[in-house]
Write a protein that binds this ligand. Sequence first.
Ligand code: CA
Length: 232
Amino acid sequence: MNKCTILVVEDDPSIKNLMVTTLKTHDYNYLLAGNGRTALMEAASHNPDIVLLDLGLPDMDGMEVIKNIRSWSTMPIIVVSARSEDSDKIRALDAGADDYLTKPFSVEEMLARLRVTQRRLNSVNTDIVQFSVFENGALKIDYAAGCAYLEGAELHLTPIEYKLLCILSKNLGRVLTHTFITENVWGHSWENDVASLRVFMATLRKKLEAKPGSPQYIQTHVGVGYRMLRVE
Ligand code: CA
């Protein structure tokens, strides 16, 4: 049973119908909004678990909807964008969106994004906020002690690798942009920081992942950023 409520913000009838049919079939509750104003009203009055937000709305830019919701709520927002430009996804993620889907997308893709977000919601409610120890699969991070372990053995991380691991784990399930990560690790985001980030991410993965070529913990979003996934 899937009692999660999804707010679908979409003005294109065929995409809206596809989303609604998929949600119904998979036992999600849903709310509908065809423009930004209605979306904000529905979000405020019904407090949905997840928002699926089209960026191209008839009355306002979807970016405004993200900024408005983020001023009072951390509810997960998955941006649905017709624009294939990375810059739009990046702007949306930096404004506080959690994830993105690019049109055209398959039903399986949409369901996968919802599942990742739901898993994050469940873990936010348990281990991340309340405890200073983070656990994900065989990975354990003791934030207070400043140590990380894999299958019980301490990982020998450089300070930057450890910072990267902390930022990703504290935002489990969220796609973090290069800018977000570099600003948090180095305090600024310059052109060559992204190149450095790639190098540190590669060394971190060598220590963390059984197969760095097909990573289990840290997912790459080419041209956008990285995300830590919940590992069962
Ligand atoms: Ca649209």
